[in-house]
Design a protein around this ligand. Sequence first.
Ligand code: NDP
Length: 334
Amino acid sequence: NRRFLLVRRPAGEPVEEDFALVEAPVPSPSAGGIVVRNHFASLDPAQRGWMDDAPSYMPPIRLGDPVRATTVGVVHASDNPDFHEGQWVMGLNALEDYSVAAPGGFTMPIDVAAVASPSNYLSALGAVGLTAYFGLLEVARPQPGETLLVSGAAGAVGSAVGQLGKIAGCRVVGIAGGAEKCRRLIENYGFDAAVDYKGKDHAALVAAIAEAAPDGANVVFENVGGPVLEAEVFNLALHARVVLCGLISEYNAPEKLGLRNLWQVLTRRATVHGFLIADYAHRFAEGGAQMAQWLGEGRLRADEDVQEGLENAYAAFMRLFSGANTGKLVLKIA
Ligand code: NDP
């Protein structure tokens, strides 16, 4: 049982020495629990936050514990009548070959026959797809003809948000790093316009967004924060709704940046909504069914960036921060 442990809290950008890959015996189920053989693990920007000893919506990962991760895998041993050996499940586990899932935790059966790969439950049919679904459709409630501005647009959440925006009848503008990602936004995901934020100073980024969204953004779906958000707020339509989903540009920043130019939010009478997908756990079945239907109909494209091997967990995780990932970043473990 290889386990990828957090052994030191990262100072800024994580380095390989913050982690250790160790061998441990295969565990037995706790009373009423199960042991899961993990096949795929989700690598998420949120894991960076869990490595810090700072107040958040979840306790920090303890030093010496494996890095917490959502995984899909097969029940290896069960002391629970609701789960049998060989059954596919997903749950909040860790970057390790075998995880002990306690009773009452977040573990649920998944139907792998219905999907191309079990990893789909970490992408379109998992937290990423549901984040796009509820964050956009429930929180922002985009209306036909409105302009939707998405940052981190070529990533897992962002690409789904843009496509859902098209389904909702919006004009969709994405912001992403590099010409190749901008091309993918338009050709692969059906965005109406794309803005490359790289190599642009504040004024140039404000102007590029204005050109792509001449009437301003009615909805902003924010995945990035920092200088990108500071330019976006100069392009808000009156009464814009800003969904704060993620702020990846500051996850590795020792000093958090905050938002300058807040005056623009005031003058446009905009509303800023903090959003956490966990609040919608009771509606996952509904959102998952709708996402599955759109995927099946070919109205949604969900790309996955599958990296292999627990021994590559660190390098794979860092793809999120270099922007190397092309779709939902997943680590294949088994
Ligand atoms: P992505 O697939 O979008 O990967 C991360 C991307 O972020 C990179 O590919 C890169 O794209 C971009 N990025 C990295 N560093 C920077 C930077 N300094 N400035 C601008 N862009 C940067 O990851 P996810 O789809 O999993 O997550 C996207 C966001 O959604 C994250 O902020 C995450 O925390 C948030 N999230 C929030 C949830 C919630 O419940 N609120 C649930 C799930 C995710 P590029 O090449 O374009 O720079």
